[in-house]
Design a protein around this ligand. Structure first.
Ligand SMILES: Nc1ncnc2c1ncn2[C@@H]1O[C@H](COP(=O)(O)OP(=O)(O)OP(=O)(O)O)[C@@H](O)[C@H]1O
Ligand SMILES: [Mg+2]
Length: 314
């Protein structure tokens, strides 16, 4: 069999975004599994296999966990969306959450900063700890939690405010600064880290909504990092962006992972391979497999993962 292997190398921050984007469009990922896949094929359907999974294969747990999820279940009313998930996300690592549409990626991601609290019918059980602290403790204030665990959404959602005020919003409401010069500094450094400063430094008073989609998404990332979060959750942050803007965000993720812990949901296996250290594969609300990203995409442990990455369903 002719095999093409894409090394899931991390994006080099200095790489030229346009070249990267063009090079990536040529990439495909093909597993180089040595398994006899025909022998693995069971007569059961993917949903039957998923429903019988009681234990995640691979290495779902990690040393130096920043976030520890144990036996996490999520229900929307009577309907269960996430089943007994155990997963650690290690400090300063990027974990990609992948899997077919409706498998619970966004639901599970939203558990990590209690965003599901905003959905009336949603119930979360199990335990989620951030640095050993139970984030579902009834006494916990979710506002500072969400500053520690920030979120970037699928669709860029700048506030209807100026570019400056978008970034200054968090530091202001969290009372992080007293002086205007300190706020100016945070706004500039956040925009610089988000790779947007040079493009907007002369129009900080213009509306954030007037930026291009890719710029808006970087503005949202600047807004998130302005409050110095420890963890950044990203739910398909590039799905509304073109390849050049996507390349810029991916470079940014690689850079941010030096200081932040990141969980990213993506439908792009190439993206997961490029930006993440570990990949978690979900199917019908079950966490099927977690392994080093390279392993997941070249020699996965579970037949469902293999079927998914080879495009047998999705
Ligand atoms: N607000 C909600 N109310 C009721 N059910 C919901 C809600 N949000 C999600 N669900 C259900 O929970 C399950 C998981 O949905 P979720 O959005 O987490 O999947 P996903 O993996 O993120 O899918 P996609 O890749 O399409 O974004 C689905 O069956 C979905 O219909
Ligand atoms: Mg989703």
């Amino acid at each position: 069999m002719q095999e093409t292997v894409i090394e899931p190398t991390r994006i080099k921050p200095q790489a030229n975004a346009a070249q990267e984007a063009s090079a990536r469009s040529q990439q495909t990922i093909k597993p180089t599994t040595s398994k006899d896949t025909s022998a693995m094929k069971s007569n059961r359907s993917p949903s039957e296999i998923a429903e019988s999974v009681t234990k995640t294969v691979g290495k779902p747990l990690a040393d130096n966990a920043k976030l520890s999820m144990r036996d996490v279940c999520v229900h929307y009313d009577q309907k269960q969306a996430v089943y007994d998930v155990n997963l650690d996300i290690a400090e300063n690592q990027v974990v990609a959450l992948i899997g077919p549409s409706g498998c619970g990626k966004s639901t599970f991601l939203r558990c990590m900063n209690r965003m599901n609290d905003t959905i009336d019918i949603c119930r979360v059980s199990g335990s989620i700890q951030l640095d050993g602290m139970d984030i579902y403790d009834s006494k916990l204030d979710v506002v500072p939690l969400r500053a520690r665990v920030g979120m970037v959404f699928q669709k860029p959602n700048p506030f209807p405010k100026s570019i400056y005020d978008n970034v200054a919003y968090g530091p202001r409401i969290h009372g992080l600064v007293n002086r205007r010069t300190d706020l100016d500094e945070i706004v500039e450094s956040s925009l610089r880290r988000a790779g947007l400063w040079e493009e907007v430094k002369d129009r900080l008073a213009s509306p954030g909504t007037g930026l291009s989609g890719g710029q808006q998404q970087r503005l949202c990332i600047a807004r998130t990092i302005a409050v110095s979060p420890e963890v950044i959750l990203m739910d398909e942050p590039c799905s509304a962006l073109d390849p050049i803007a996507t390349a810029k965000i991916e470079e940014l993720i690689a850079e941010l992972s030096q200081n932040f812990t990141i969980a990213i949901v993506t439908h792009s296996m190439q993206q997961a391979a490029r930006v993440s250290n570990r990949t978690a594969y979900f199917h019908l609300g079950r966490l099927i497999e977690v392994n080093e990203t390279e392993k997941v995409f070249t020699n996965p442990d579970h037949e469902l993962t293999e079927s998914y990455i080879t495009g047998r369903f999705g």
